[in-house]
Ligand binder design. Structure first.
Ligand SMILES: *Cc1c(COP(=O)(O)O)cnc(C)c1O
Length: 365
């Protein structure tokens, strides 16, 4: 008997998540040194120096387990968000909160509804529990089709994800459409609003997820320190929910799921408002620059509220950019072979991308 016989069938059926290629790996492959990565929506300006200083200071204490309750960070965030401390759940990235939601809500026979293309971890966490993913195609302009998502809810639906702004398209849902949708959902479905890019949003009519958490008990918003705060490598994110739902997630999590270093870094990052403002400004300038320059090259882009841009750059563009030392995200796995997702970089990185794309299109590469 092989191991295969005893592995859960839903695990055998899982497609492993494909992360962006690390810079070091591409540099090894090409034998060059100046590769750039615009593929994983990381912060191009790096972490806050204040967060780094806090990590250095905390290093001496790593023989101790972390504070499993994340007391200091919980207090700080609950004040900032004006929620009860018991409404917060911390995880090793928002990814872990997604996984906790699946663990708490899903099993064989249950369904979870989400848009597609959307964040690639949704099917992983749903099918990882033996439940069924119900993927609702995006609209023609690549936004969430909220009325179809609402119509996809059955008596087997336990969880519905709204990725706002949506990864990998950058498109966002406005308050009016969102409110109508949230009102339409039965109470017995948990609404998970994935706001990993919340701090970058520029539209003024963005839905108020905290208001929905107050109004509708089975609602959770997910946020992360991986994106605007530049702490992706430390792994810390959180959920904001009503105390009852938060309590169920707390029961299911490991007691020390967030490291000491991640907690102190997150706390310091929240204090470093100047750093977050700089990340936001760098991003906004980069989006405007790339939209303008790609438009001039005849490359279609989509409006984005995140730190990345969807571009219709033509087939094989990601592979051809890779040969020039630029890592972007190919979207062929989503059935979008003509599109790429570009994480907004530093001005010089964005310029190099534009120059390389121009040469690719001119046929000089
Ligand atoms: C990046 C991302 C996350 C979570 O990232 P973590 O690093 O695990 O906090 C969650 N949802 C979406 C849509 C993302 O793009």
């Amino acid at each position: 008997m092989g191991l295969k016989e005893i592995i859960k069938p839903h695990i055998l059926g899982l497609e492993p998540y494909q992360p962006g290629k690390p810079i070091e790996e591409l540099e090894r492959e090409l034998g060059i040194e100046d590769c750039i990565k615009l593929a994983s929506n990381e912060s191009p300006i790096g972490p806050s120096t204040k967060a780094l200083a806090a990590v250095r200071e905390a290093l001496d204490g790593v023989h101790r387990y972390p504070d499993g309750a994340s007391y200091a960070l919980r207090e700080r965030l609950s004040n900032q968000l004006e929620v009860d401390p018991a409404q917060l759940v911390f995880g090793a990235g928002a990814d872990e909160i997604l996984e906790l939601l699946a663990k708490v809500l899903l099993g064989p026979g249950d369904e979870a509804v989400f848009a597609w293309p959307s964040f690639a971890m949704y099917p992983v966490v749903v099918q990882g529990m033996g439940a069924t993913s119900i993927r609702v195609p995006l609209t023609g302009d690549l936004g969430h089709d909220l009325s179809e998502m609402s119509a996809a809810v059955t008596d087997r639906t336990r969880l519905i994800f709204v990725c706002n702004p949506n990864n990998p398209t950058g498109t966002s849902v406005g308050a009016e459409a969102f409110n109508r949708f949230a009102e339409s959902l039965p109470e017995t479905v948990v609404l998970a609003i994935d706001e990993a890019y919340y701090e970058f949003v520029r539209r003024s009519d963005f839905p108020d997820s905290l208001e929905w958490i107050r109004r509708r008990p089975g609602t959770i918003a997910l946020r992360t320190f991986s994106k605007i705060f530049g702490l992706a490598g430390l792994r810390i994110g959180y959920g904001i929910a009503d105390p009852e739902l938060a309590g169920y997630l707390q029961r299911a999590r490991h007691p020390f799921n967030v490291s000491r270093l991640a907690e102190v870094a997150a706390l310091a990052a929240l204090e470093d408002v100047e750093h977050a403002d700089r990340a936001r400004a760098t991003n906004a300038e980069g989006i405007d620059y790339l939209c303008r320059e790609l438009g001039a090259l005849g490359v279609e882009t989509w409006p984005t509220d995140a730190n990345f841009l969807l571009a219709k750059a033509g087939p094989d563009t990601a592979v051809r950019l890779l040969r020039e030392g630029i890592i972007v995200r190919a979207l062929s796995g989503f059935g979008m072979p003509d599109h790429i997702r570009i994480s907004i970089g530093l001005p010089e990185e964005n310029e190099r991308l534009v120059k390389t794309l121009r040469r690719l299109r001119e046929g000089s590469l």
